[in-house]
Design a protein around this ligand. Structure first.
Ligand code: GDP
Ligand code: MG
Length: 174
């Protein structure tokens, strides 16, 4: 049994880039244009007896919302044990109302642990500007971890991967 890790966030925050960085290989399509990932692409990472199946949400307007809904519904009915963890990705340089839409979706999953990955911090000089946003999100959701990352530069990606792999249950039959 592998743990599904859902990478969730509005378009263009860097989900596909993060997935690639986590897997250290090119498996999903990234682009400067938002909404280019048409399909949910999964990547599997195995470390010892822990296996993570990463799920990238597509960036297509209505489809994205539908896909997030589907993922969140699966996560909410955690009897299925489908989604083990959510990596909620935001763009630290660009906050929008769509981030809040995603937060509200994640709230419905309740028991699924959420890691907040604040991406693109390579573009932020004054890191303090993040604090009110973190505060605002933390009032809405309990995060297991808040990690400032740069998916494209690989900053703190190893730490994020280590955290996720360490938090997932071990597989018994492997
Ligand atoms: P997605 O729609 O959430 O999957 O976003 P993508 O992974 O396609 O990335 C959208 C854009 O943001 C692309 O141009 C990426 O190169 C860029 N990007 C992703 N991560 C970072 C980062 O850590 N720093 C910077 N500066 N740009 C990034
Ligand atoms: Mg994408």
């Amino acid at each position: 049994r592998a743990g599904i890790v859902a990478i969730v966030g509005r378009p263009n925050v860097g989900k596909s880039t993060l997935l690639n960085a986590l897997l250290e290989q090119k498996v999903s399509i990234t682009s400067k244009k938002p909404q280019t990932t048409r399909h949910r692409i999964t990547g599997i990472l195995t470390e010892g007896s822990v296996q993570a199946v990463f799920v990238d949400t597509p960036g297509l307007h209505i489809e994205e919302k539908r896909a997030i809904n589907r993922l969140m519904n699966r996560a909410a009915s955690s009897a299925l044990g489908d989604v083990e963890m959510i990596i909620f990705v935001v763009d630290g340089t660009h906050w929008t109302e769509d981030d809040e839409m995603v937060v509200n979706k994640i709230r419905q999953t309740r028991k699924v642990p959420v890691v907040l990955a604040i991406n693109k911090v390579d573009q932020i000089k004054e890191k303090e500007i993040l604090l009110p946003h973190i505060q605002m999100l933390s009032e809405k959701l309990n995060f297991e971890r808040v990690m400032p990352i740069s998916a494209s530069k690989g900053e703190l990606v190893d730490e994020l991967r280590d955290y996720v792999m360490g938090a997932l249950p071990e597989c018994e039959h492997f």
